[in-house]
Design a protein around this ligand. Structure first.
Ligand SMILES: Nc1ncnc2c1ncn2[C@@H]1O[C@H](COP(=O)(O)OP(=O)(O)O)[C@@H](O)[C@H]1O
Ligand SMILES: O=C(OP(=O)(O)O)[C@H](O)COP(=O)(O)O
Length: 403
């Protein structure tokens, strides 16, 4: 893999450099609630701009449906990038249309532009190679060189991640180099006991990783939206909680394998429930209730792990030598459902283990709950990406940079 250092040595003055970043930050309306992913790409963007490149930064944000949707605009992220760089950052209101073409043409040496959310174009995420390729051709027209630095998206076979680098001379940015360096250690030389904590809401994406973790980890602790497929698989009521019904047989097989292989598989003993998902706009107080995990009332929704589970998980992390954590334990963005996530973060801080926190929301959670980033071994910008890396899978965005 050629790195940005080699590119800088070759010289980039006057060159248009496309930087595929992951600026998929959490937003409250148009307010960025955690800018970690933007800060993470600043070293790459700054190095290129300082060397006289004309930098075109691109990313996805959220999961819009292949068409423009103002709720997912990258404009707030572009503004924040400008603040962090201490320089003006131009913003194109489309991805490959008139605005993008004119904005890039208007860049001087050392200047930076952000183009609008790549997922406003259906070609970005298409499963059809030709459709993705056509969009990648349009993106390629905007630049002379490609730098991949969106670690959080390298597990996606998307046009800007996979197809575009095949069309331009390509290099890995500083963030990707750092992330891969740390995660590599977890695949090669992991200190035991090795505990993995899994949570979050991208359940279908992340259940599969357990298949691999059963071979690698000593303990697997489950929280967040992932819990309820397991509880249901054990025959318990889960009310209106997040559920991946089609994965129940798979999950049953995981539980059996864990038992046979001696991997400690730990599920919540209590959960915090409410009749409905909380109002995330007002964050108005709700009436949460803690119930035993095997006695959830019908019609209730599980929104956090309970206090007994927090204590249990803290004890399971206290003597680990390595901990990898992806996915919040509950809907931490609402104060009524943040305690489980806070407890796990605290347990990582208190543990002497080498701790890695991965994922956009997990990283945001530890910071917005007031933890010091330096209290963790590594905070990765990628959740799904780091999990798939640990699985040993070929990640399209890394393979494309190697090719
Ligand atoms: N029990 C739950 N029900 C619904 N959503 C949940 C639950 N627990 C956690 N979440 C949500 O999961 C989201 C983060 O999930 P995910 O994207 O998988 O994590 P990451 O970005 O760290 O990889 C958060 O927005 C949080 O509110
Ligand atoms: O937030 C992300 O991943 P993560 O939640 O696994 O950390 C990345 O920006 C990828 O987004 P996607 O899962 O919509 O492709």
């Amino acid at each position: 893999m050629k790195t940005i250092d080699e590119l800088l040595e070759e010289g980039v003055e006057g060159k248009r450099v496309f930087v595929r970043a992951d600026l998929n930050v959490p937003l409250d309306g148009t307010t960025i609630t955690d800018d970690g992913r933007i800060r993470a790409v600043v070293p790459t963007v700054k190095a290129l701009a300082d060397a006289g490149a004309r930098v075109v930064v691109a990313s996805h944000l959220g999961r819009p449906k292949g068409a423009p949707d103002p709720a997912f605009s990258l404009a707030p992220a572009a503004a924040r990038l400008g603040e962090l760089l201490g320089a003006e950052v131009a913003f194109a209101t489309d991805t490959v249309g008139e605005s993008a073409t004119a904005t890039v043409a208007g860049l001087g040496d050392g200047q930076v532009a952000v183009i609008e959310n790549l997922r406003f174009n259906a070609g970005e995420t298409s499963k059809d190679d030709a459709e993705r390729g056509a969009f990648a051709d349009q993106l390629a027209a905007l630049a002379d060189l490609y730098v991949g630095d969106g670690f959080g998206a390298v597990h996606r076979k998307h046009a800007s991640v996979f197809d575009l680098p095949a069309r331009l001379p390509h290099y890995a940015g500083h963030l990707i180099a750092t992330e891969v360096g740390v995660l590599k250690k977890l695949t090669e030389d992991v200190q035991r006991p090795y505990a993995v904590v899994l949570g979050g809401s991208k359940v279908s994406d992340k259940l599969g990783v357990i298949d691999h973790l059963l071979e690698k980890a000593d303990r697997i602790l489950v929280g967040g939206g992932m819990v309820f497929t397991f509880l249901k698989a054990q025959g318990h009521e889960v009310g209106s909680s997040l559920l991946q019904e089609d994965q129940i047989p798979v999950v049953q097989e995981y539980l059996k394998r864990a038992e046979a292989s001696g991997v400690e598989f730990v599920l919540p003993v209590d959960v915090v429930v409410a009749p409905a998902f909380p109002d995330m706009k007002t964050k108005a107080p709700t009436n949460p209730e803690t119930v035993a995990a095997d006695a959830m009332p019908a019609g209730q929704m599980g929104l956090d792990i309970g206090p007994a589970t927090s204590e249990l998980y803290a004890s399971k992390l206290a003597d680990a030598a390595t901990v990898f954590w992806n996915g919040p334990m509950g809907v931490f963005e609402h104060p009524d459902y943040a305690e489980g996530t806070r407890a796990v973060a605290q347990a990582l801080v208190d543990s002497p283990a080498f701790t890695v926190v991965g994922g956009g929301d997990s990283a945001a959670a530890v910071r917005t709950l007031g933890f010091d980033e330096n209290a963790f071994g590594h905070i990765s910008t990628g959740g799904g990406a780091s999990l798939e890396y640990l699985e040993g899978k070929t990640l399209p965005g890394l393979a494309a940079l190697e090719g």
